[in-house]
Design a protein around this ligand. Structure first.
Ligand code: PLP
Length: 349
């Protein structure tokens, strides 16, 4: 059976054209700094984001962890939204690798506002009891928020708070290109206020491996040392970088199709009795649906869908997530909608 795989946008396989670009990539030893394809990807990424420099790393997790380590010293504290990937899904790396504590602040639909951030900042001076707040890390799009987007005005207000308190501002931009396409803005405008940004090639952009950490030249020079320390210095990594360059060239604008498909699927799911979808969160390529009123739990729905050739994931006993991407077309969405109707209909019968 040809499975419609909606578990994540990380499951995409390189297209024939991307494989072609990778097969013919010029390579060198990137630990010596002489892999031309890695250098080209780093320069292209920095230019696209309007920053001075960029560093190619194996994963989004490593990009975030290097950013935290580069901005902080042990004993500092960082602020994130409670659902943030950095807090929930990076193995506690902030504590183990950077030695920092984390202040989780509840936002709305995965997004913080300036007042919420201000409320998470430790008092300055005083009795030296407190950890030192050093960094705010936002996530755009916010995965657990439903793929939600920070408006530029909201980011500017948070950046104002950061400046007021002399804090650094990092973006976990694993899906920042989805945010830019969703906003209809150049990605440089979306990241203008941040001191550093991580973004992933291996999610909506459809490349097999790799992420970039982007920022000022001194920041990236310092980050380079931590990449080595974490074992993230790769050798003929140009093979991978070529896939990334191809993705930046060919796979950004098409994300609008993924977003339209997610909206169509989200709206269709919301029509089924007992299914709740907060359509306000369906701004990019994700749909979270609560099956609470259907008589079926998430496990039952996931297994019924799997029997009909549709893969998706459960995120809680009653909530499932679907993600659209490069390898799912309109027919795949039609099939997923029809299969959902069958599975939910069978549960009601
Ligand atoms: C918001 C966010 N940040 C970071 C990451 C980490 O990326 P990686 O899986 O490449 O480590 C992910 C992965 O799903 C993510 O969703």
């Amino acid at each position: 059976m040809n499975v419609i795989d909606l578990r994540s946008d990380t499951i995409t396989r390189p297209t024939p054209a991307m494989r072609e670009a990778m097969a013919h990539a010029s390579v060198g030893d990137d630990v010596f700094g002489d892999d031309p394809s890695v250098n080209a990807l780093q320069e292209r990424s920095a230019a696209l984001l309007g920053k001075e420099a960029a560093l190619f790393v194996p994963s989004g997790t490593m990009a975030n962890q290097i950013a935290i380590r580069t901005h902080t010293e042990p004993g500092d504290e960082i602020i994130v939204e409670t659902g943030a990937h950095i807090y929930q899904y990076e193995g506690g790396g902030y504590a183990a690798l950077a030695g920092v504590s984390i202040r989780c602040v509840d936002g709305t639909r995965g997004l913080l506002d300036a007042d919420q951030v201000r409320g998470g900042i430790r008092p300055e001076g005083g009795l030296s009891h407190f950890p030192v707040t050093k960094l705010i890390a936002l996530e755009n799009t916010a995965n657990r928020g439903g793929g939600t987007i920070y408006s530029p005005a909201r980011v500017s207000a948070i950046a104002g708070v950061a400046r007021e308190h002399e804090l650094r501002l990092h973006l976990d931009g694993a899906r920042v290109f989805n945010a830019a396409v969703g906003l209809g803005l150049p990605v440089a405008d979306v990241v203008a206020e941040y001191d550093s940004i991580s973004f992933c090639l291996s999610k909506g952009l459809g490349a097999p491996v790799g992420s970039l950490l982007v920022g000022s030249r001194p920041f990236i020079d310092r980050a380079h040392r931590f990449r080595k320390m974490l074992g993230g210095g790769m050798r003929q990594a140009g093979i991978l970088a070529a896939g990334g360059l191809h993705a930046l060239e060919h796979h950004v604008d098409r994300m609008a199709d993924d977003h339209a498909r997610a909206r169509r699927l989200g709206a269709a799911l919301a029509e089924f009795p007992g299914v709740t979808v907060d359509l306000q969160t369906v701004e990019t390529n994700m749909v979270y649906a609560d099956l609470g009123g259907t008589g079926l739990d998430a496990d039952g729905f996931v297994s019924g869908m799997a029997d009909r050739g549709v893969a998706l994931i459960k995120v809680s006993p009653s909530v499932i997530r679907v993600v659209t991407h490069l390898d799912v077309d309109d027919a795949g969405i039609d099939h997923a909608i029809a299969a959902s109707g069958e599975v939910l209909g069978a549960a009601r019968a």
